[in-house]
Write a protein that binds this ligand. Structure first.
Ligand SMILES: Cc1cc2nc3c(=O)[nH]c(=O)nc-3n(C[C@H](O)[C@H](O)[C@H](O)COP(=O)(O)O)c2cc1C
Length: 364
């Protein structure tokens, strides 16, 4: 019996663990290695049609901390543990024409694993809507099982792309209408987490036909400046810009965002992302309502696995399976969402006395 098998957005996953759209899924070689290692699915590094050129320096750093001197830094020190990744990498610079034969080969080699193509185009014109359609059709024609719409990349210059358009409900509907009318596979939508309008945006996406919301992309953030050298820990010619924080440091914020959506739309599917390093983090996303789990930073950090988390996926699968066996669960659906009703308004939590009315005077 495979307790880890899950049906998510109508797709059969061998296990709920998926490599997120990022360097671990940037090439055919890495994706094949990931499937060989046991990942249930991958979301490809985002594929687009516009010109892409990355900064002339490191695109990602891994920040660590320790309790000896608990500062966060990318600098190598003894006895440190992972804190976060910080990146300012753009979407894939491999053109669509080169991706297509790769995607076809991957799907033919691993027909039972789920291949989700992440795509991104612009907004505000029929031409851009056609770009979304073109990307979606091309990827589905070569065998992709689902499409993830990237409306969340936090470092796009173009004002009509990525996180810049996320959460504009009209744009979300337009893009979903364009894509759902051109392909018939499930459409996942990756929204920008760091905003007060996320719940409404998710509602617009579900309403316009999104099969699932993927949350979270990285959170906008700056790298740290070293007091001795007066340099940022990552910079080009002394300059830096807002980049994305991922890894353990975003776990709690990501859970809050997943919970917000899960409470507002309990029937809506959610693919949980942000800070998953092992079973306990994955478990927490599931109890807040996620039916699928994506991982990036922890896979990139694993040494000796080519950045696809070979040991990590074994650990995730073994630890989740052991837990389910011990608790007698046949499927993650048996405990998915159990935390939902336990997240309440502050005033609904019991006080030591009854003389509290949520900060308002008690009516006499
Ligand atoms: C170097 C790097 C590149 C990324 N590129 C993409 C991308 O092209 N498309 C996308 O949707 N998300 C991208 N992400 C975001 C990840 O898919 C993921 O949402 C985020 O890192 C949070 O997960 P984690 O805490 O497991 O790293 C990238 C993340 C990193 C670290």
């Amino acid at each position: 019996m495979n307790r880890l098998a899950t049906t998510f957005t109508g797709l059969e996953f061998d296990n709920p663990f998926v490599l997120a759209s990022a360097p671990p899924t940037e090439s055919k070689r890495k994706i094949l290695k990931a499937f060989e290692a046991g990942w249930g699915g991958v979301v490809t590094k985002t594929i687009g049609l516009h010109p892409v050129e990355n900064v002339a320096g490191p695109k990602t750093i891994f920040q660590r901390t320790s309790d000896v001197k608990p500062y966060v830094s990318r600098n190598k020190r003894q006895d440190t543990v992972s804190h976060s990744s910080w990146n300012w990498e753009l979407i894939s610079d491999q053109p669509l024409e080169l991706w297509l034969p790769d995607l076809e080969e991957i799907k033919t080699t691993y027909p039972d694993r789920m291949l989700i193509a992440s795509i991104m185009a612009g907004a505000g014109s029929e031409e851009e809507m056609e770009n979304w359609r073109k990307l979606a059709r091309a990827c589905v024609n070569v065998g992709c099982d689902a499409i993830e719409l990237n409306m969340s990349c936090p470092h796009m210059d173009r004002k009509d792309m990525g996180a810049n358009i996320a959460n504009d409900e009209d744009i979300i509907r337009d893009i979903l209408n364009a894509v759902t009318s051109s392909v018939s596979v499930p459409i996942w939508v990756k929204l920008k987490p760091a905003t007060s309008t996320l719940v409404a945006a998710a509602g617009a996406a579900y309403d316009a036909g999104a099969a699932s919301i993927s949350l979270c992309n990285t959170f906008p953030s700056l790298p740290l400046m070293d007091p001795e050298t007066m340099k940022f820990e990552v910079e080009v010619d002394g300059l830096v810009t807002s980049g994305g924080l991922g890894g353990l440091a975003i776990l709690h914020q990501a859970l809050q965002r997943v919970s917000d959506i899960s409470k507002a739309y309990p029937a809506g599917a959610i693919s949980g992302i942000g800070g998953i390093r092992g079973f306990r983090e994955a478990f927490n996303f599931i109890v807040h309502g996620a039916g699928n789990l994506q991982v990036c930073t922890a896979a990139m950090e694993e040494k000796g696995s080519g950045g696809v988390g070979v040991k990590l996926i074994q650990e995730l699968k073994n630890d989740l399976n052991d837990y389910m066996e011990r608790k007698g669960h046949a499927s993650i659906d048996e405990f998915r969402g159990v935390a939902r009703e336990r997240i309440v308004e502050h005033s609904q939590v019991r006080r030591k006395s009854d003389a509290y009315n949520g900060g308002y005077d008690i009516a006499s």
